[in-house]
Design a protein around this ligand. Structure first.
Ligand SMILES: [Zn+2]
Length: 476
């Protein structure tokens, strides 16, 4: 038996908005009390979210000192906090954005010959943000390049007479000599493997390249090889019954830019991998999964953050890594029930690196993968909504299918976001996309995320989106 609590205080914690001096008359305050309590900010009743106890309001400040009372009450238990906020006049130029101080680009007197290390990738330009610079493509190791300059942590490398790109120095080491500036291509062979068709192109050296897919029905996979000119007098298809490739071709785009064209049999791309065997370029184009819809499909699921990386934290104290994992485990159960085989990048509170997560998915040979996160940012009083994100255009249909189902949760659409530079969306080896469930920083969306039943519905929406895409793409 417990005696009633002696204290007559209800929980109250100011989460944001407690500032000494501000320059904006419009000021947002967020606080947290117990679910079921009532609350006021500056004497005005505000909505207390039932699952979290979070509440907030925008107040108008007067010049000078403002006293704002925040009060909560549950039955006869009460609590009160008073914020003292000074509204100062706007400082001249205070809001002027600071000019971006980018890295200065330096040109080397002599090109420096470098070779790529495992994990190397190229960027189009020297810019970067929290996700890094916009990636052009991953490169195999031991590809020599001419670095003609540098910009901070990047080498500027020359791919062909007219094409340049940027290579992170951490994925390069000095090399003795580079390939000649012009290299002739040798024979091609196109073969059918168990899970992929393979295009092999004989080259005298491991040359740099770029790759992309052209949307269309059917789709085309393009691989551009820099420093190469055509002398492929045998382009030999060794099977008349390829799994996914319809036919191959090439274009000599510039005198030292050689474009490989791989026309597929349908508009769906199930992944491709570009690399080298010795100095022969190897392009593996994966067949469609042989699963019967979801039955037998191998799905990779990634729960964002984990371990010492908590991700976002909500006003009421929800932690992103925990929400992500909860949704992912629910999704796993739904998939397994439907007969799918699931590989997780983490099943507990661990925080594998991005490289490790990609290795787990690639080594497992997943057919398709989804990464689950939740978002943060913007006003806590807004409800920005859900987002489906992808990097490569061939993943758009998949992301779109999931986005459509997420909207059935009756939430706003933040967006269907392409060219998203998230590490796990970089691989082309299998279709992949990222879900940013809802905004944990939004009081309304935090309230939804706090409800385990809602998280089950979110897992269900991702499941249904995946199922929609698979049945459309496999025609089953
Ligand atoms: Zn996240």
């Amino acid at each position: 038996m417990c005696a009633p609590a002696a204290t007559a205080r209800v929980q109250l914690r100011v989460y944001s908005g407690a500032a000494d001096t501000v320059y904006n008359a419009e000021h947002t305050i967020v606080a947290v009390t117990e679910p079921g309590a009532t609350a006021t900010i500056g004497g005005e009743a505000v909505k207390v979210y039932p699952n979290t106890g979070s509440f907030g309001a925008k107040v108008q400040l007067k010049p000078g000192t403002n006293k704002i009372e925040i009060a909560a009450r549950k039955g006869s238990d009460k609590a009160k906090e008073t914020l003292k906020i000074y509204l100062a006049e706007k400082r001249a130029g205070a809001s002027a954005a600071k000019a971006e101080t980018g890295n200065k680009e330096m040109t080397f007197a002599q090109p420096l010959i470098v070779a790529t290390d495992s994990g190397a990738y190229l960027q189009y330009g020297p810019a970067g943000d929290r996700l890094g610079g916009s990636k052009m493509c991953f490169l195999d190791s031991a590809i020599t390049l001419r670095a003609v300059g540098e910009s901070g942590s990047l080498y500027r490398v020359q791919l062909s007479a007219n094409r340049f790109a940027y290579l992170p120095k951490e994925y390069a080491h000095a090399a003795a000599s580079a390939a000649p500036e012009l290299n002739v291509t040798g024979s091609w062979s196109i073969t059918r493997g168990e899970k992929a068709d393979r295009v092999s192109i004989a080259l005298p050296a491991r040359l740099p390249y770029d790759y992309w897919t052209e949307d269309g029905d059917p789709a085309t996979l393009c691989v551009e090889i820099y420093g190469a000119c055509d002398n492929s007098n045998w382009i030999t298809q060794r099977s008349l019954d390829l799994g996914i490739i319809d036919r191959v071709d090439f274009r000599q785009i510039e005198s030292d830019v050689y474009r490989v064209l791989i026309h597929l049999k349908s508009k769906y791309v199930w992944g491709f991998t570009v690399g080298y065997d010795g100095t022969a370029m190897r392009i593996d184009v994966r067949h469609a999964p042989t699963s019967n819809g979801m039955k037998g499909l191998h799905v990779g699921i990634d729960a964002g953050h984990g371990g010492k990386y908590p991700g976002a934290k909500s006003p009421a104290g929800l932690i992103e890594k925990e929400l992500n994992l909860d949704i992912v485990l629910k999704l796993r159960d739904m998939l397994e029930k439907a007969g799918a085989h699931v590989t997780l990048t983490r099943s507990g509170d661990t925080g594998p690196s991005m490289t490790e997560r990609k290795r787990i998915l690639r080594d497992a040979g997943v057919d398709i993968s989804v990464s689950v996160h939740n978002n943060a940012g913007g006003s806590p009083l807004s409800a920005p909504g859900t987002a489906a994100l992808y990097k490569h255009s061939f993943d758009r249909e998949f992301a779109l299918a999931v986005a459509r189902r997420l909207l059935e949760l009756d939430v706003n659409l933040f967006g269907l976001v392409g060219n998203f530079n998230f590490s796990l969306n970089g691989p082309t080896d299998y279709p992949n996309m990222l879900v940013e469930g809802l905004f944990m920083s939004s009081l309304e969306e935090e309230n939804l995320l706090a409800d385990p039943e809602f998280r089950t519905r979110m897992a269900r929406a991702i499941f249904l989106g995946l199922e929609d895409y698979i049945s459309e793409a496999l025609g089953k």
